[in-house]
Ligand binder design. Sequence first.
Ligand code: UDP
Length: 260
Amino acid sequence: MHFAAFIEVGESVIEPLKFYENNVANSVRLLNTLKQNNIRKFVFSSTCAIFGTPEKMPLTEKTPMSPASPYAKNKLVVEWALADSATAWGLGFVALRYFNAAGAAADGTIGEDHDPETHLIPNVLKVALGQREAIKVFGTDYPTPDGTCVRDYVHVEDLAVAHVRALEVLRPGEQRFYNTGTGQGASVREVVEVSRKVTGHPIPLIEEGRRAGDVPTLYADNALIRKELGWAPKYNDLESVVASAWNWHSNHPRGFDDRS
Ligand code: UDP
């Protein structure tokens, strides 16, 4: 299972070669190692960003691909390298196209801790912890019901289960691609509202301009992964996703530095 990558879309625009080196070249090196060692099963962390700004929602596996950033292109190039490897030397792989990975381990041991933190849910919870004054909302004039961007927040434990299921069904030479999301979209304002409820904190927000590269709406059609892997997200509502994240952040206000 290959998870490692640089993930910040904005940084990928500024430093594309750094991203191609780590995300593409290093993945190719890894594939060479698999080939040399006769390993024929592989699960790859891909992304719904490969679809770019789609015309129709929800996103199915047949939605045309149009990656907008170097990061998204990196992931798509690796999908192509995997497909060609399946044909040429019998690699079996599953590419799981993550939507917005969110939440924390139910047992409270693992959570989200990036530096700098750019993701919405941890940033909202930092306001509830008193570490930030307010959450900046990037864009309130999108063509969405409340004007803010809509995303599909899929819980990390559900994503983890998808990987296990993928490995169980995978056969050498087989190629599979799955859009891995809950199938439900939530707006930035909805995330803030649910976080107020979960934390009991007023979480003030500041309306800012749009962030470069954001698309209005992304959510998955997860029918294929449900059917073929028997996968179904256990965390079906935003509140349970945010509550699990809050459990971790409130017990680890300094992230993994608070690990004892
Ligand atoms: N967002 C926001 N304020 C923040 C961080 C994110 O308004 O401090 C918005 C962002 O513009 C996007 C959504 O929240 O519309 C989800 O962003 P995130 O970075 O979590 O994930 P992405 O969808 O970019 O992978």
